[in-house]
Design a protein around this ligand. Sequence first.
Ligand code: ASP
Ligand code: MG
Length: 417
Amino acid sequence: MKVFKFGGASVKDANAVKNVGRILNLFPNEDIIVVISAMGKVTNALERLTDAFFYKKENAADVLNEIKQYHFDIVDQLFSNKQHPIYDELNNTFVELEWAIEDDPTHSYNHEYDQIVSMGELISTKIVSAYLNEANIKNQWLDARGIIQTDNTYREGRVDWELTQKLSENLSQQKGITITQGFIGGTSENFTTTLGREGSDYTAAILAFTTNSESVTIWKDVPGVLNADPKWFDETKKLEQISYQDAIELAYYGATVIHPKTIKPLQNKKIPLYVKSFIDPNEKGTVINEIQSPLPIPCFIFKVNQVLISISPKDFSFIIEENLSDIFNLFAEKQVKVNVMQNSAISFSVSVDNDERKLPDLIKTLQKDYRVLYNDNLELITIRYYDQATIERVTIDKKILLEVKSRNTVQLVVKNA
Ligand code: ASP
Ligand code: MG
């Protein structure tokens, strides 16, 4: 068994969907689980729909119509037969969604979010599966919620590995092509959960693990994993091979090519992960596997819009264990992720994303017991396999406010000088 994952960009319009068919045709007679995300930016649109439903931010019916229109445009281009059952199937799905948002919310925001936002993947897989069957690429559609079981931590479902393993038994024996959804799972009470934004990679890794697949391939609009995001860097280089350990570190520090939770299950079973271009499927791409050697060149990860918060006891005493546990608890409770931290005798500093929904509340709470200074509009630069010359090169015209070094990685919080 192989697992393929196609993200939103690889199914963003009719041509992209056709290209999925071309790629699958390169692997005749193979057993493949194909994990697919919502089309294009549909997950963002469904988030808007959830907000419209829950907070009445905008007219929910309008947002739903946009989403409907986008999908039917694609379907119209893919199917010449306007009587094709996919039309009824999609109409029914959208009617269900309409009903779901007609009444007032009955569950928590996160719970409602998952029931609505998961529709993106259900719809995209229905369309792709029907199109491929029509194009003679025979496949089975599979509801991932019947396999991937999670607890009820909505929006960040935690996988029940034992149960998921059990439910994967048939799937491991499945012949030919199986089309299923990324990003979503099911609870013991039959509610839908999601695995966190960009979670489809993780789905691919979970299914590869439970079915003992030989490999996972993530098909992307880039030639492989690059040593920096081309959005921030002019001269990027493709990495041929990356160790699991380096991949975990890069994803952890915020490289967006691969979802951070993806690597560990693959590493445990030594399943290689290929990142390849869906535009040039015959090019080699990048492989993440068991090699031990460090990367040959420095890798850069940029995070913009950072806030550096410096926290110290009001009575000028030292920062000690009780303060730290208190502070960490608050960050966990307010769900603010620490990107880098540094401790000194009288203060504790962290850099975090400037999330307007979470940060003001956190700072207000901290201020009850601590003196809190913060500095916004900063950048966090992480360099894996740094040397002094590289540090100097990326910090030209910048002022370094915080620097944390380990043997292989340096993190710099900087501000334009
Ligand atoms: N569609 C989901 C998202 O955009 C999952 C994914 O694309 O991996 O977050
Ligand atoms: Mg997506």
